[in-house]
Design a protein around this ligand. Structure first.
Ligand code: ATP
Ligand code: MG
Length: 412
């Protein structure tokens, strides 16, 4: 990285890159808060009221970058080259400029859109039409790229001078624990690591999930509610209610992973609203939630049904699809707890409840389908089965697994 971006040099940079003229001076510059210290983000409002988001990847310890912004740029190029997905309005290109040498990416910033996570939390309403649009959009991306080699090869392009490992398997447990952990995480968080290690069934379920991981289409790979924008006048529009952003992790992957990550992000609204106290049992806490699961459930069901309606073929190919989604949701909750500990240095009893729920999702997924969606798997599928003449998934023979294979390593 040659040029550290700052509010002092950003305008000159934008002018030299041809993104604004010398007459088009700025009205305002705001540094966006860093969520995880990976990127420096600057929001610039130009005199013509256009807003640009400038992102620069921070160097890692050895002065290298993780090439996440390169990946987002690559996805942007893919949208240009393959209009089948470039024309999906919720995915439409946002990136204006990429400077590989300085790891700088410039995006159009939509001030009329709100972050969906904030929208849900502030309004405490969960209109099913929003979840339906998200389900349909995601299905369109997965369906259009399903088993299509040209998309897989395109996203396998490596940055200049680099080697790209194919297919990162995201079904990984938490990082290995070393004695340094005592100095780096808050004391309360040690409980999380102790419990995680104690639950053998959890480790085995994650290893199974890694083994069954089935990369077959383009996936977003970080589909949380804060990477989805909703139009501020969503209830007056027919089109483009939502936009999926932040494609830094996009890759060839397993569609169940995207749905699981999204499901977990919805579940976190419920789980972070629990009333927790050492004297209250988990069951009671769950019932005392400020945003009960029942309020979110119609959106969860609308999301999955809209997805399967638009991409019913996935059920023919993957009989265990819904169970895998549930397990990936459990894994995403575990990763979320770990991120909170790592970046916010925080852990409390509500995270303990979250771990308990995550464990259930991973280790007893069939039972959890009913708990999460409020209906069983066949009831999720049956309205669609009638429509698409699908065969209901047959139950796998109940064989006892005598051993489990170790989680595959990255890139294998
Ligand atoms: N094009 C856009 N239009 C409107 N808001 C946006 C746009 N891009 C980003 N945002 C807002 O800025 C937030 C941060 O953007 P982004 O998701 O790219 O970075 P991040 O998740 O904070 O990660 P990092 O800083 O590591 O890149 C988003 O969650 C969203 O609220
Ligand atoms: Mg983001």
């Amino acid at each position: 990285m040659l040029l550290p971006m700052s509010s002092q040099n950003v305008i000159q940079y934008l002018q030299e890159a041809g993104l604004c003229s010398s007459e088009n001076t700025t009205l305002d510059q705001t540094e966006l808060p860093e969520r995880n210290k990976k990127n420096y983000n600057l929001l610039v409002t130009l005199a013509d009221n256009r807003k640009l988001l400038i992102k620069q990847e921070c160097s890692l310890e050895n002065h290298e970058t993780s090439h996440e912004l390169f990946n987002e740029w690559l996805f942007h190029q893919l949208l240009q080259q393959f209009p089948v997905i470039g024309n999906i309005s919720a995915i439409a290109p946002l990136v204006l400029h990429f400077d590989e040498e300085n790891s700088i990416l410039v995006r159009n910033y939509f001030s009329e859109y709100l972050e969906l996570e904030g929208f849900y939390r502030h309004n405490d309403i969960f209109p099913t039409e929003i979840a339906t649009v998200i389900g349909t959009t995601l299905a369109e991306l997965h369906r259009a790229t399903f088993q299509r080699r040209e998309y897989r090869d395109f996203m396998a392009t490596a940055p200049e001078g680099q080697f790209r490992y194919h297919f990162y398997n995201p079904a990984q447990g938490i990082d290995s624990i070393s004695p340094e952990i005592f100095g780096t995480v808050p004391t309360e968080a040690l409980k999380f690591y102790a419990l995680y290690q104690r639950y053998e069934s959890l480790e085995s379920a994650i290893a199974d999930l890694a083994y069954e991981w089935n990369p077959c289409c383009l996936t977003h790979n970080d589909l949380k509610l804060d990477n989805i924008l909703i139009h501020s006048r969503w209830n007056q529009l027919d089109n483009c209610l939502v936009r999926l952003i932040d494609w830094k992790a996009c890759a060839w992957g397993d569609p169940a992973f995207d749905l699981g990550t999204l499901l977990a992000s919805y579940l976190r609204i419920w789980l972070s609203s629990l009333v927790v106290d050492p004297t209250i049992e988990l069951e009671e806490s769950l019932h005392l939630a400020m945003t009960p699961l029942e309020v979110i459930q119609p959106s969860l069901l609308a999301l999955i049904r809209a997805y399967l309606d638009a991409f019913s073929m996935i059920l023919e190919e993957r009989q265990d699809f819904i169970v895998r989604i549930i397990q990936f949701a459990g894994l995403a909750l575990i990763h979320q707890i770990q991120e909170t500990i790592k970046y916010q240095k925080y852990f409390d009893n509500s995270n303990l409840c979250m771990l308990q729920i995550a464990k259930n999702l991973l280790t007893i997924p069939e039972q959890s389908v009913m708990n999460i969606f409020g209906v069983c798997e066949s009831e999720i599928i049956s309205p669609l089965a009638k429509l698409h003449k699908l065969t209901q998934p047959e139950k796998e023979q109940q064989l006892i697994r005598l051993y489990y294979e170790k989680t595959r390593l990255r890139g294998c």
